[in-house]
Design a protein around this ligand. Structure first.
Ligand code: PAF
Length: 283
């Protein structure tokens, strides 16, 4: 494990000097099968795989779960080693944000709506730390999960806008057998809440069924309201947003298009905030 940014940068520089390809998997730890799938994919694409493990304080708002965020470094180290990760990079907060730190990377539009509306500044925190991680690891490619679809779109925009030489590789959402999208925050759910949390996956199945059965272009707004209504009927579930959007601009679609994405955030018992998304036309 490496904790010191300068140590990692020096190592990455020597890998680069030897012509080796570097892949980064940025994480906040508390690994589950979704993270392991990202590591597995990175392993296929590069000579050196760095997994960063950093619970980034600047992407949490006040009143969010920064202090409670699950942490288990020993277990994470073992799981990463099992996936053939070369370096687990776990910097301290003071080494990432030393006294005097004052730079923010902001993707203005894409980070504002959806999750950005209820988590102001969240994507600024994500972009700033990801930019630092790209720079420290000198990665040729970075693997992100589609589960955080807005994050993926924001990072892709940042890479294009800043001409970064990093390929962004998207990995499909990994689900539990029930359909629940893997998330570190699932550990906050009690048994009955796990059942309620399935409203997200059921919404995806419902929407896909509607799309499959449609004989003419479907109104995205009508479908969106139906989904919102269905989720609203599940006890303990409150919709934060349900949208059907273009996958690049994240702008609302008028009708459901071939590449339209259903994207949702739901609060379970006003305590656990879960997100999920999916393409509506199955490939
Ligand atoms: O998706 C996450 O776990 C985090 O947002 C990331 C990309 C590691 C940045 O802290």
């Amino acid at each position: 494990m490496i904790q010191e940014p300068r140590e990692l940068t020096a190592l990455a520089g020597s890998w680069r000097g030897q012509g080796q390809k570097i892949a980064l998997v940025p994480t906040m730890g508390s690994f589950h099968a979704g993270h392991l799938a990202l590591m597995h994919q990175a392993r296929q694409c590069a000579d050196q795989v760095v997994v960063s493990l950093f619970v980034n304080p600047i992407q949490f708002g006040s009143g969010e779960d920064l202090a409670a965020y699950p942490r288990d470094l020993q277990r994470d180290m073992e799981l990463a080693a099992g996936e053939g990760v070369d370096v687990l990079y776990a910097p301290t907060t003071s080494s990432m944000y030393p006294a005097g730190f004052q730079t923010t990377v902001r993707v203005a539009e894409l980070g504002r709506g959806l999750c950005g509306a209820s988590r102001p500044g969240h994507f600024d925190g994500v972009c700033t730390v990801v930019m630092k991680l790209f720079s420290q690891t000198q990665a040729h490619l970075a693997v992100f999960g589609e589960k955080d679809f807005q994050q993926l779109a924001v990072i892709r925009r940042m890479v294009r806008d800043l001409d970064l030489a990093v390929d962004i590789v998207a990995h499909p959402t990994v689900r539990e057998a029930s359909g629940l999208a893997m998330s570190s925050r699932n550990s906050y759910l009690q048994d009955d809440e796990r059942e309620q949390a399935l409203c997200l996956y059921r919404a995806i199945l419902f929407a896909r069924q509607k799309v499959k059965g449609a004989t003419q272009p479907l109104s995205a707004e009508v479908l969106r309201r139906e989904i919102e209504g269905n989720i609203g009927q599940v006890p303990g579930c409150a919709v934060e947003y349900v949208e059907i959007v273009d996958p690049d601009s994240l702008e609302r679609c008028e009708t459901v298009q071939v590449n339209s994405r259903l994207i949702m955030a739901v609060k379970i018992h006003d305590r656990v905030r879960l997100i999920d998304n999916a393409r509506l036309f199955e490939l």
